[in-house]
Design a protein around this ligand. Structure first.
Ligand code: NAP
Length: 266
């Protein structure tokens, strides 16, 4: 299927690995010129041919710096913005992601909101003048935790719920200017978030008294995933790429769950 994306331009946040990297790979395979932001420029990201920008998007001025650099690279035009950055660095300051609401500090709430919500607010604010000019599209990567807020750390799921709400509001406000805004909400995806020795998966396994391997093997069933397996990053990227394309011209303000059937309600 030709997605009619050849020659278009895109900015992808959180692009050095995982879902963001898969989105960069999918977009570049469609002939899109991509500017990709993360703190680390990995060999995998370099190999995509995207312009990689090292930037901390949890800092207040990081998103504007990324968009400024993207405009310089892309000649001022941005057709697609993928706000993918999110998650968080587990336990960096000894703070636990698994101890429950009463244990979360203000610092943990601020970090979760900065990375999972305000990074998208700030990147979108900087990019919108360009997206209005190109009649472009925004795709926000939220989480199915936005609809099941008990199923993860509350600072994270609450920030994702705000991100999902933002997508709906922006779709209404900027639809008349020709900009479409959609949300993709994955369930457990096979990325560093779960697999890294210092990631959320490792911390959750420890809290549950399990080996990380055991947790990963049990998680699809525990989360009620009808498919019985983790989502693959490329499966999320395929949907993001479709939503970014003109083929999705009548799809806006929608929240698309990619969670292997974990959410059981309509
Ligand atoms: N994996 C899942 O199960 C799952 C489920 C639902 C939703 N999601 C969402 O999907 C998105 C991607 O998740 P993922 O699993 O692919 O995560 P991941 O593998 O941990 O990758 C996160 C990406 O964001 C970058 N990043 C992290 N902090 C950053 C910062 N301060 N500034 C700039 N870049 C930063 C990382 O690169 P650097 O560390 O080099 O900066 C990396 O490229 C997130 O929004 C996450 O919440 C994931």
């Amino acid at each position: 299927m030709d997605l009619h994306l050849t020659g278009k331009t895109a900015v992808v946040t959180g692009a050095s690995r995982g879902i963001g990297l898969a989105v960069v790979e999918a977009l570049t395979a469609e002939g899109v010129r991509v500017v990709a932001g993360a703190r680390t420029v990995t060999p995998e990201l370099k190999r995509t041919g995207a312009t990689a920008v090292s930037v901390d998007l949890s800092e207040a001025d990081g998103p504007a710096r990324l968009i400024e650099r993207a405009c310089a690279e892309l000649g001022g035009d941005i057709d697609v913005l993928v706000n993918n950055v999110g998650g968080g660095d587990a336990g960096g300051d000894g703070a636990s992601q698994t101890s429950g609401f009463l244990a979360f500090t203000d610092r943990q709430w601020a970090q979760a909101i900065d990375l999972n919500f305000l990074a998208a607010v700030r990147t979108t604010r900087a990019a919108l003048p360009h997206l209005i000019r190109t009649r472009g599209a925004i795709v926000n990567v939220s989480s199915n935790g936005a609809r099941m807020p008990h199923a993860g750390p509350t600072p994270y799921t609450t920030a994702k719920a705000a991100l999902t709400a933002l997508g709906k509001a922006l779709a209404e406000e900027f639809g008349p200017h020709g900009v479409r805004v959609n949300t993709v909400s994955p369930g457990p995806v096979r990325t560093a978030m779960w697999e890294a020795p210092d990631g959320y998966g490792a911390e959750l396994a420890k809290a549950m008294g399990l080996e990380q391997e055991q947790l990963l093997a049990a998680l699809p069933a525990t989360m009620g995933m009808t498919t019985g397996r983790f989502v693959e990053p490329a499966e999320v990227a395929a949907l993001v790429t479709y939503l970014a394309s003109p083929l999705a011209g009548s799809t806006t303000g929608a929240d698309h769950v990619v969670d292997g059937g974990s959410i059981k309600t309509t």
